[in-house]
Design a binder for this molecule. Structure first.
Ligand SMILES: Cc1cc2nc3c(=O)[nH]c(=O)nc-3n(C[C@H](O)[C@H](O)[C@H](O)COP(=O)(O)OP(=O)(O)OC[C@H]3O[C@@H](n4cnc5c(N)ncnc54)[C@H](O)[C@@H]3O)c2cc1C
Length: 261
């Protein structure tokens, strides 16, 4: 079904109230609209959340960086605040898709969609993010469930993503040359209390690589990665890369990320 009603919400309360039955929130529309057009999804109503004031914008404090759900990738990439506090996040945003996608796509849409090859989910896991929704606060560790699946309930709206400001961090991506989605993406973050490493593009959903985290916790240097053995068991294999190749590229990207921290 390609026909649907289109409504614009003025605030988050109105948006969540409208969200019952076969409805979906519409942010940048970069995934939702193609899915509807290709008949992979059908809704009776789309609720435009881009007009909601206060749902976009960037706020920085000494400990955290908060990005509003409808903030576009282009805004994050160009933000001085992001560039100063978490430059790796600006690099990640700059590497998403193409200028059209970056000017429409939003951080909230990206993580709600949880594409297995998307970039932002890895930033959320590595930077120990908290997802603030219309109902609750969800730690990133509990948010990303499986392929295109999150902990969000029907009608629950992402309002803000709050990232911990790390001591050091970097994101290295081996991109699909056509879409720029990650064939393998590795986000490394040295936080105050721990080292976190998140990997995207490799399994059905983003995951933390504990072997790399352990190695880097005792020695935060690219040489610490040399002796880590990454098994390819359960990894994606497709026309772009075999599971074994992905396992190899994880180490290459992790070393690249640590070297540029
Ligand atoms: C050609 C192309 C290339 C791309 N390349 C990349 C890439 O390299 N890396 C990458 O990471 N991504 C890539 N993307 C994805 C893109 O970056 C978008 O972030 C993503 O498509 C979804 O964001 P959106 O704002 O467009 O969300 P929409 O398409 O509007 O929505 C997506 C889903 O999220 C839900 N949703 C949206 N906002 C909220 C919210 N605030 N709360 C709850 N649910 C919400 C919607 O209901 C829908 O189910 C690419 C997309 C295209 C079309």
């Amino acid at each position: 079904m390609k026909s649907f009603n289109f409504k614009s919400a003025a605030n988050t309360r109105e948006a969540t109230k409208m969200a019952s039955g076969r409805t979906a929130f519409l942010a940048g529309g970069m995934t939702l609209l193609p899915a509807i057009k290709l008949r992979l999804a059908a809704y009776s109503e789309l609720i435009n959340i881009k007009e909601i004031k206060g749902l976009s914008g960037i706020k920085i404090s000494s400990k955290s960086l908060r990005i509003g759900a409808t903030t576009t990738h282009a805004t994050v990439a160009a933000s001085k605040e992001v560039g100063k506090s978490i430059p790796s996040l600006a690099v990640l945003a700059e590497g998403i898709g193409d200028p059209q996608v970056r000017n429409r796509g939003t951080i909230g849409g990206s993580i709600a969609n949880n594409d297995p090859a998307a970039d932002y989910p890895s930033a959320c896991l590595a930077l120990n993010a908290t997802i603030h929704t219309s109902k609750r606060k969800i730690p990133a560790d509990k948010f990303f469930k499986d392929m295109f699946e999150t902990d969000l309930k029907k009608g629950e709206l992402i309002e803000t993503v709050e990232f911990e400001v790390p001591e050091k961090s970097a994101y290295a991506k081996f991109p699909n040359p056509a879409s720029r989605y990650a064939i393998v993406g590795v986000y490394v973050a040295k936080l105050k209390k721990e080292v976190r490493v998140a990997v995207t593009g490799v399994e059905s959903a983003v995951f933390r690589c504990t072997k790399l985290e352990d190695a880097l916790s005792s020695n935060f240097s690219s040489s610490a990665i040399d002796n880590v053995n990454i098994s390819s068991k359960g990894f994606n294999a497709d026309i772009h890369a075999s599971a074994e190749y992905r396992a190899h590229i994880i180490k290459v990207m992790a070393k690249k990320a640590v070297s540029s921290c």
